[in-house]
Write a protein that binds this ligand. Structure first.
Ligand SMILES: [Fe+2]
Ligand SMILES: [Fe+2]
Length: 224
């Protein structure tokens, strides 16, 4: 079955939009490759190697889709910047796990669910369904790694600094996603959509122990 471009989407925008999915998967793969050597030998590292293979498969699937369209667009500068934040990451592995498995994965999953719902190309929907199944497993690996890191036992200063850096990373990813949304639906993503995304991420930060009980206002103040 050939790719089907939605009637309301100009060809150029179709190419730019689907190319961002390819580049997004490449960012996920590179981020995991940066994280791999920081993990201890054993099951965690093996699970991460499996994830890298999954991400390579996702890159392949989008590359095949674009080859059938017969064109490809470069990554958005914001996406390149997001990858830069990750590749330049210094410090503990836990920060990188938060960056890759909480910020990147959860943003990617949200975009993919939106796409599966609104993008009426059966080939694209099949790719996003298959990769969403893997992404669910990747999120679970992130939860296990973060549980092992006992984030809540870290000093508040350390967690505030991590939170600040993760906010910068999220801002770039969210702005790139908002631009893609504007391209697909011919309108800019509403402010409320960004706010919802940030609130969703804060809730995840609370669940993994980056933000402790009773610390909400402290973290909100620091990121204002
Ligand atoms: Fe992926
Ligand atoms: Fe993933």
């Amino acid at each position: 079955m050939p790719p089907q471009r939605p009637w309301w989407l100009p060809r150029r925008n179709h190419v730019i939009l689907t190319s961002q999915f390819l580049h997004g998967e490449q960012v996920a793969k590179s981020a995991c490759e940066t994280l791999l050597p920081l993990l201890p030998e054993g099951p965690f590292r093996q699970a991460m190697a499996t994830q890298i293979a999954d991400e390579a498969r996702h890159v392949e699937a989008y590359a095949r889709y674009l080859a059938r369209i017969g064109d490809i667009a470069p990554p958005r500068p914001l996406l390149v910047q997001a990858l830069g934040h990750i590749q330049d990451w210094r410090g503990s592995a836990v920060g990188l796990v938060l960056a890759t498995h909480v910020v990147l994965e959860s943003e990617a999953l949200a975009i993919q669910q939106e796409l599966a719902r609104d993008f009426p190309c059966p080939v694209m929907q099949q790719i996003s369904r298959l990769s969403a199944r893997d992404e669910g497993r990747h999120l679970a690996l992130g939860r296990v790694l973060l549980h092992a890191a006992a984030l809540q036992a870290q000093q508040i200063e350390v967690r505030l600094e991590l939170h600040r850096r993760l906010r910068c990373l999220w801002r770039d990813c969210a702005a790139a996603a908002a631009a893609d949304h504007g391209l697909a639906f011919a309108r800019a993503a509403p402010e409320a959509r960004l706010e919802t995304g940030w609130r969703r991420l804060q809730a995840r930060f609370r669940r993994v122990g980056l933000i402790g009980a009773g610390e909400d206002s402290l973290f909100a103040e620091a990121s204002a």
